[in-house]
Design a protein around this ligand. Structure first.
Ligand SMILES: [Fe+2]
Length: 204
């Protein structure tokens, strides 16, 4: 797999390139702020963009969708509840085929209702659900601390320790991590009951 984490814009966002070396097809995940650069990087690797996949509908993750589509005719993929203009809707457990790569969507509401994480070849792209050393905020419109608890503990922490974690923002001490490392060191993932977690998320 061709895989690139690309820091973009001024909000410490990460966009991602997921490319299939056999068919040279690629998905751009959360294209924003620097579409020219993202498309040049794809071109340099000989990749044609077949899909845009959004982890969630917040502006800083989707604002490049239209520009990418205008220049590549990529199909936009997002959770079925996402308000973005999309060609393909996915729900929990659905897969997206990017050439011969299989990307699995994991529905992880909590930061916002339409959030999905993306599992592909030993990596999970966690958007604004899980950062290195942090979890996503739940105090924005559509945020839900109880749903975040279920997403973190029932959807992400059941993954194998060796799975690499690639977040939607560069908010941690390093740009990526693993499920095992987050399980051990991320203070938001300390054992708590759901009630305790909701209280914890409400603290300033
Ligand atoms: Fe967000």
């Amino acid at each position: 797999m061709i895989f690139e984490q690309v820091p973009v814009g001024t909000f410490q966002n990460f966009s991602y390139i997921i490319g299939d070396p056999d068919t040279k097809k690629a998905a751009l995940v959360d294209p924003a702020w620097e579409v020219d650069r993202l498309l040049s990087l794809c071109q340099n690797s000989g990749l044609s963009v077949s899909h845009v996949i959004n982890t969630h509908s917040h502006h800083d993750h989707v604002e490049g969708n239209d520009a990418v589509v205008g220049r590549t005719h990529a199909k936009v993929v997002a959770h079925q509840s996402s308000p973005v203009r999309k060609d393909l809707s996915v729900n929990d457990g659905d897969t997206i085929e990017v050439g011969s790569l299989v990307v699995k969507a994991i529905h992880t509401p909590g930061h916002c209702p339409d959030h999905i994480c993306l599992l592909v070849e030993g990596r999970v792209l966690t958007g604004d659900t899980l950062f290195v050393g942090e979890c996503g905020r739940t105090d924005l419109v559509g945020g839900d601390a109880g749903a975040m608890y279920d997403s973190l503990f029932d959807k992400l922490m059941i993954l194998d320790d060796s799975i690499e974690v690639y977040p939607g923002h560069d908010y941690g001490r390093k740009p990526s991590s693993t499920i095992g490392e987050e399980r051990r060191t991320n203070y938001t993932l300390k054992p708590r009951s759901k009630e305790e977690f909701i209280k914890f998320m409400a603290e300033p």
